[in-house]
Write a protein of this length. Structure first.
Lengths: 369, 83
């Protein structure tokens, strides 16, 4: 199978990820719940992952909170910073993981920057929108639909200069682009473990500059006499037993990314993207969404064919892509593809030029007008 | 005689244990004895008397500074040591 759906979940993982999961399920008990060797092994494993993440994302170890996924982290961040009905500014490329929690809070949402692959327009729109002093700015680093890399450094600088808390959705950038809690000055950065960090599904990280409000309340193995959740991180945001096996795998995934370096992974995916764009450009019947500052994600439409039908035809050729709205209706609305959706091909470090060529060849055969 | 450095969380204790190891100071992470608990369960680092001063120096700079230091007396009583 050619797997081009890594923007949803990376399927191919470094072998040590599965090995770590297996080892953890045999040897690790619960973190912070005992002093016996199996509890200590769990504590060691989870701390090791925190340490690896802190190093990769330029944060302190205690600023790394484990979540179930990026959505979980974004919910914590939004619930911490956005009171009911408050003004917030978001980009025109946000995922439902951002917009649905805001909708549930009845937030007064301003959408800044809807022009695809135009960082200048995006930055200008954020500059205008943040003059009203919103409760928070929430911005994705990379559009999960189009691979548009938003000018997050400049948006972060703008937020710092206006003292507006920033939440970064790093779901598509963690492991591929530099992400730094310290340098960005963001209040929160949320990311999944199962995409560019090559960890198992059900893992995620929320980087917290300074505290946060829990979504879950319960046991933490600390301050047990108190009925309030601990004030300190990471315990405040980590009630209940950790996903130790998943975190064990995530640790290996992060170490893999650290060894490879995000730059090399990015360069590899860029090379694949450029190759695919060259091969598909000019093909009659295909509409590609391309631009400068695009990560390893390519959306396209097939004229006269529903995107789900196109993806199904590819699946019959053992090619995995994702079609539809990708849980990001705002992004599709911005690009004018809300009614049609798109077919999305997305890469990981394990994809090859040969796979890109096979994919392009299949597209030519299947989607000839 | 051993000294116990208490911590607010397993993460803080683990980070401090790593910092001590890097400084070549042998230590053992244990559950905090009931008599030493501040607000419930927690973890401590046990170090030998000969490394007390160095331990304080290292942990003074480490992530997740300790809460308190205790010494167990010969009669089994705990004595808090000034940090």
């Amino acid at each position: 199978m050619i797997y081009f759906d890594s923007a949803a979940t990376t399927l191919q993982k470094p072998p040590q990820v599965a090995q770590a999961v297996q080892r953890a399920i045999r040897t690790c008990a619960s973190v912070g719940r005992g002093g016996h060797p199996a509890a200590m092994a769990a504590a060691e494993t989870v701390y090791g992952c925190r340490e690896a993440a802190a190093k990769l994302f330029n944060a302190e170890v205690e600023q790394v909170a484990f979540t179930m996924n990026a959505t979980h982290g974004l919910n914590i961040a939004i619930r911490t910073l956005v009171p009911e009905g408050a003004k917030v500014v978001i980009s025109g490329f946000e995922h439902n993981a951002v917009t649905r929690p805001l909708h549930a809070l009845g937030a007064d949402i301003t959408v800044a920057g809807r022009r695809l692959f135009s960082p200048t327009d995006t930055l200008w729109a954020f500059d205008e929108a943040t003059r009203v002093r919103p409760a928070a700015v929430i911005c994705t680093h990379v559009s999960n639909v189009f691979g548009y890399v938003l000018p997050i450094k400049e948006i972060a600088a703008l937020c710092r200069s206006r003292n507006i808390p920033l939440i970064i959705d790093a779901a598509q950038s963690a492991g591929v682009l530099p992400v730094s809690l310290r340098e960005s000055g963001a209040r929160f950065i949320a990311m999944p473990g199962h995409k560019g960090l090559y960890g198992p599904q059900g893992t995620g990280i929320l980087l917290c500059a300074d505290g946060g409000e829990p979504l879950l309340y319960g046991g933490t193995g600390s301050n047990s006499e108190e009925q309030d959740m601990p004030e300190f991180l990471p315990d405040r945001l980590e009630a209940g037993t950790h996903n130790v096996c998943g975190i064990a795998g995530l640790r290996e995934g992060i170490q893999f990314v650290t060894r490879q370096t995000t730059q090399r992974i990015f360069d590899h995916e860029q090379a694949l993207l450029r190759h695919l764009r060259r091969l598909l450009r000019g093909q009659a019947g295909l509409e590609l969404f391309c631009g400068d500052g695009q990560s390893g994600v390519l959306s396209f439409r097939v004229r006269g064919m529903d995107c789900e039908t196109a993806a199904e035809k590819l699946a019959q050729q053992q090619i995995a892509v994702r079609a539809g709205l990708h849980c990001a209706p705002y992004a599709h609305e911005s690009a004018g593809t809300l009614h049609s959706g798109t077919v999305r091909a997305s890469f990981s470090v394990f994809n090859t030029r040969r796979e890109v060529e096979q994919f392009a060849s299949a597209c030519k055969k299947l989607f000839r007008p | 005689m051993d000294y116990f450095f208490t911590f607010r969380s397993v993460t803080a204790a683990m980070g401090s244990s790593r910092a001590l190891e890097q400084a070549g100071i042998k230590n053992q992470m244990v559950r905090t004895p009931t008599a030493l608990r501040q607000q419930g369960c927690g973890y401590s680092l046990r170090v030998s008397e000969g490394r007390l001063h160095e331990t304080k120096q290292v942990l003074g700079e480490a992530v997740g500074r300790y809460q308190k230091i205790y010494r167990k007396e010969a009669d089994g009583q705990w004595q808090e040591v000034s940090p």
